[in-house]
Design a protein around this ligand. Sequence first.
Ligand code: M6R
Length: 610
Amino acid sequence: MCGIIGYIGNKTLTPLLITGLKRMEYRGYDSAGLSIFQEGAIKTYKKKGRVADLEAITNEVESTSNVGIAHTRWATHGFPNDINAHPHNTANNTISLVHNGIIENYASIKQKLIQEGYQFISDTDTEVLVVLIERFYNNVNDIENAVRLALNEIRGTFGIALISIYEPDKLIAARRGSPLILGIGEDEYLVASDAAAIIEHTKNVVFLNDDEMAILTKDSFITKTISNVQTNNEIHTLEIELEQIEKGGFEHFMLKEIYEQSTTITDAIRGRLLIDEGNVKLGGLRQVQDKLRNAKRIIITACGTSYNAALVGEYLIEQLAHIPVEVEYASEFRYRSPILYEDDVVFVISQSGETADTLAAVQEAKNRGTTVIGIVNVVGSSIARYTDAGIYIHAGPEIGVASTKAFTSQLTVLTLLALYLGRMKNLSIVEGIKIARELSELPKKVEEILQSTDKIEKIAKEYSSSRNYLYLGRGFNYPVALEGALKLKEISYIHAEGYPAAEMKHGPIALIDENMPVVFIAPKDEIYEKILSNVEEVRARKGKVIAIVTKNDNQMNHLADHVIEISETLPILTPILSVIPLQLLAYFTAKELKRDIDKPRNLAKSVTVE
Ligand code: M6R
């Protein structure tokens, strides 16, 4: 949700800023811009469209100093156009600022500033902040203090970076609620929303905390709270390699990430599965072990794909550990005044670890004294740091806006968690060993699905002109139906609904005719017979049936128009396999429709605003 980068050092500035933006483009991609110094004056270049469009107008541009800022935007306030693109500057170009977040009280501040004679040219909340900083600067004559005073006036979220003609050798950054990382290089410093923009230059980073500022010069950096108390943040070493954030020969990041899944599932399991003991070792949960043992209820909260994973988690934990589980959208949880008891434990799931609604849910639960545990991908992200304990999913950087490998890694970790809790309770060692063994077999079975994608591509092409799709599943595969529908909607823009298969007859059945493809997730399990009846109901209304089935399913072979096979596994593990053909179906449909698969319209990878 907007990517910002700032640099101070000796490298050639414009290409560095452009490359940094390209690496963060999945955060937002409706316009982009940068500000640098030329002959002592701030020069800003910005453009509606992709970073490549900005590159086209800046590739001849040279900076006469070594400090600059840049931004790739996901619009919140004001249309995506050249004027609303960032950086935003004061009227006389004294200060230039990039911002990720939302300033909630911008309208009232803007009103006051207009009454004082200040003028605005954009519709953005960000322009209000830069003008407010200028207003304070006019009183205090010190840029750092002016920033601090302005930030104290605003409500909302921000990750900002700014340069000014007042102190041209300084880059100032600050955050509240939006991510910001400092890169500590040799004679150079960077600030960015995302590690992806930094790792090319340095792996040493400081994760800025909420209400912290960083003041960077070419040879020093200081961090302080916004109320001006110096802070000493630990320097972390990132464990990401450059090739992990590159396409590596694949046409799209999404396809690369789909193909990475047998590796990422292995990574999620590595060092955690104690097959012979039928148990699991989760180091990150050690300090909350007793809390978990005594938990009377678990609440899992998340958004989007992570929410769909949470629903599978509910089935898993209830079945293996017999602990009641409730799953709730983080955006609802935070505003619902949830009733939490002392022996509740809240889990939050987030790929990015930065989703604003999920972060707010963490805060809400923590304010009520509840233990909060994160299941997160991005190491060092806000949710990973603000939760009491956690389990990393170790999926590596996920760049495609449509989440794929993070989902299967979340499911893998949720299975480990359910097994861990189950063995703490009454799950037998025999049952534990069976699950652990089967879990360790999954990467191979994922590989098998990925070896025969031609059939899925053909089906995708055949139905790519459909206006609607229905996805139906039961039990563990009901959340997979939701996830399949979400994938298709996100990247192909075809309307798709996921439903529990048995619910179809209570309404959605009215939609079925010969133009409606219906995807059944129907592996062999205890409710398989029931789903066969649902398939018959669709056929009777001439709907087209695409079924995800266990290998050698002769019954479905006769009923469905198309079958896509997955290997046999335990019913509780089927979601990890059954979702993969659905990811591919969405991918090939979007490809056939020539959609922008890695950067679908209106979306951004990490939603750091409400
Ligand atoms: O980073 P998070 O897991 O917290 O993100 C949650 C959702 O925004 C995310 O899953 C979104 O729904 C994806 N675009 C799904 O593909």
